[in-house]
Design a binder for this molecule. Sequence first.
Ligand SMILES: Cc1cc2nc3c(=O)[nH]c(=O)nc-3n(C[C@H](O)[C@H](O)[C@H](O)COP(=O)(O)O)c2cc1C
Length: 409
Amino acid sequence: MRVTIESPLALPCGAIIANRLCKAALTEGLADDMNRATPRLERLYRAWSEGGAGLVITGNVQVDRRYLERPGNVVIDGNGGLDALRAYARAGTAAGNHLWMQINHPGRQTPVHVCTEPVAPSAVALKLPGDQYAAPRAMSEAEVLDAIARFARVAATARDCGFTGIQVHAAHGYLISQFLSPLVNQRTDRWGGSLENRASFLREVVRACRAATSADFPIGVKLNSSDFQQGGFSTEDCVQVVRWLGEEGVDLLELSGGSYEQPSMMGVRAKGEAAPPVADSTRRREAYFLDYARTIRAVATMPVMVTGGFRSRAAMDEALADGQLDMIGLGRPMCVDTDLPNRLMSGEWAQGESYERRIDPPRAGLAWFCIQLMNIGDGLAPERELAGAQAIERYARSEADAARGLRGR
Ligand SMILES: Cc1cc2nc3c(=O)[nH]c(=O)nc-3n(C[C@H](O)[C@H](O)[C@H](O)COP(=O)(O)O)c2cc1C
């Protein structure tokens, strides 16, 4: 039978996802000053649960309160708040969907207003203008082992609190992605050098998360199809890592790409990378990583999800029917239209909106989408006409407030 966005998906662990649409991870910044879950998260995740996606993945949850992707992250490291996490999980599964916690450590992509001495596999600073990120120091062996144990503890807590799965964040230039990258990982011990060594941190994390949960608990991994950087983690590397992830019993592979230095996940093309011709198929014009997905899926023993650019039902069904992927990840449109999956499946809408195309200036994009998430968390209506400059100002203010909250605790 032809696979469509409504088709259920069975995972290797035995879990069933009701349809092929996933609300991809979107950082919310809605935790309290102790980085615990809040009623604002409950409101947001209830909306996504009721929006129809078979799988809802949380924004990145950190394993260590010293190293955050942004001040308002949820953190699980002995800071309490388990009842709040349970309420969050209840709200996020209200409609019977899967709710997976994305678990992350940002490594050197920890902003300086959170931490002035972040850690990374090696002391290699981000190549970005400005001074938003301090130079990292290399992690000791003990710190590497501690980080692995932290991922496992968070996985166990997620399961105990009612999240129905987890996703290990190994993409976008965060710590695991830094270990995979030969540009950032210059270690000469067992965690660096060959691809096998560079991938061992990810493999150990997945193994530890499995050991801390159970064989029937879904474990996903978000991985870059490529870092899109000369000398960085390549598609060839990705293919081999995916083979290993199959051996580790990973249940769902989400393919994305890029990092803060090269934001391909948002559709920004690397230097010299050509855009697909306009006459090309709908799916190739829309989705950023489809060409890579084909190569990677050929070796994947687990279902593959691709996130980035999908907007129209036609492109989604075309890619599913062709067997290029098994699941569709949706990011930015879900920041405004939380019920997009229901609208696509009912046929009411043929496509989600590409809000990013009309945000002016384009660099306001991230702030603009973050403000929309805060609005939903506060029970307010979306602000589709919000001006880019205003989004930047409001976002900067809320980040500064959250950073002050952390310092005051
Ligand atoms: C506001 C915002 C927050 C995001 N937060 C995360 C995150 O916490 N973890 C993650 O893996 N990706 C994150 N992403 C990336 C999305 O999951 C997704 O890969 C990206 O938006 C591309 O998909 P889209 O074209 O459907 O938006 C974020 C994107 C946006 C716009």
